[in-house]
Design a protein around this ligand. Structure first.
Ligand code: HEC
Ligand code: HEC
Length: 214
């Protein structure tokens, strides 16, 4: 009797795994993503995701998992508020299904990213940015950004986004948002802790350095 029960449990497990595998294997379609991207998102992020407005993030070459997560996070579900609070993007994702989001992510991930814009041409600030990015600031407990986002800024999927080539103005806005806890959708508050003791100058410097990475 016990053996029969166990067999049933095993069958149930195999069966549920099968269902899970089937849904997660649905191939994302970058062509469908492209239609939405060029029709709706291009005015702010450009057709290929290389935003020309420094306040708007470049999406080209970003990891599929990270883009999908952000689109989900911008969307409020039922009574629960959105995990990432931004009124503009909230209205953009309101009508998107999860499949739309995956298709969009697949499209942007395939695009080649262009170099980002820096806020300064001051090379001494770039030196400081490079130091903080690769070594942090031990005195103030600022961790090295490279430990999670990789030394060349390509990030580590699925959790750690690519930063290389991102516009400095957008990076500064996000670091400030994490520091002020107006952006709190980072798992285990990894980013909020990382930026807590950064000076305004370090933030500016590291953002400029990130924009120059390719
Ligand atoms: C009116 C301008 C505008 C439009 C149109 C727009 N976005 Fe955005 N998007 C923004 C801004 C501004 C941000 C930064 C939000 C913030 O500061 O948190 C952003 C952020 C994002 C992010 C997060 C990027 C990151 O690195 O974390 C994604 C992904 C994104 N947008 C995708 C889209 C998609 C897909 C569409 C079309 C369905 C779209 N956006 C349409 C302005 C826009
Ligand atoms: C312990 C790991 C960790 C460290 C160290 C870390 N980050 Fe992050 N970072 C993350 C995670 C995780 C996210 C994605 C949060 C999410 O899912 O929305 C992120 C997101 C970001 C973003 C937002 C990207 C976007 O497109 O919106 C920026 C900018 C960023 N990090 C910069 C930095 C900088 C600069 C440093 C160094 C001072 C740093 N990070 C150190 C884990 C880390």
């Amino acid at each position: 009797m016990k053996a029969i029960k166990n067999t049933a449990v095993i069958f149930a497990l195999i069966f549920s795994n099968q269902i899970f595998a089937d849904t997660s294997n649905t191939q994302a379609d970058p062509e469908k993503g492209k239609e939405i991207a060029t029709g709706i998102c291009a005015s702010c992020h450009n057709a290929d995701g290389n935003s020309v407005i420094p306040a708007n993030p470049t999406l080209a070459g970003q990891h599929v998992e990270y883009i999908t997560k952000q689109l989900m996070d911008f969307k409020a579900e039922g009574d629960s508020p959105a995990k990432r609070d931004n009124p503009v993007m909230a209205s953009m994702v309101a009508a998107l299904s999860e499949d739309d989001m995956k298709n969009l992510a697949a499209y942007y991930a395939q695009q080649k990213s262009q170099p980002g814009t820096t806020s300064e041409s001051d090379t001494s600030l770039l030196e400081l940015g490079k130091r903080v990015y690769n070594g942090g600031n031990l005195e103030n407990n600022v961790p090295a950004c490279s430990s999670c986002h990789s030394p060349n800024g390509q990030g580590i999927p699925p959790h750690y986004p690519k930063l290389a080539g991102q516009h400095a103005a957008y990076v500064v806005s996000q670091l400030e948002a994490f520091r002020q806890a107006s952006r709190v959708n980072d798992k285990n508050q990894e980013m909020q802790k990382a930026v807590l003791r950064m000076s305004a100058q370090e933030i500016k410097a590291v953002a400029d350095y990130i924009a120059t990475l390719q």
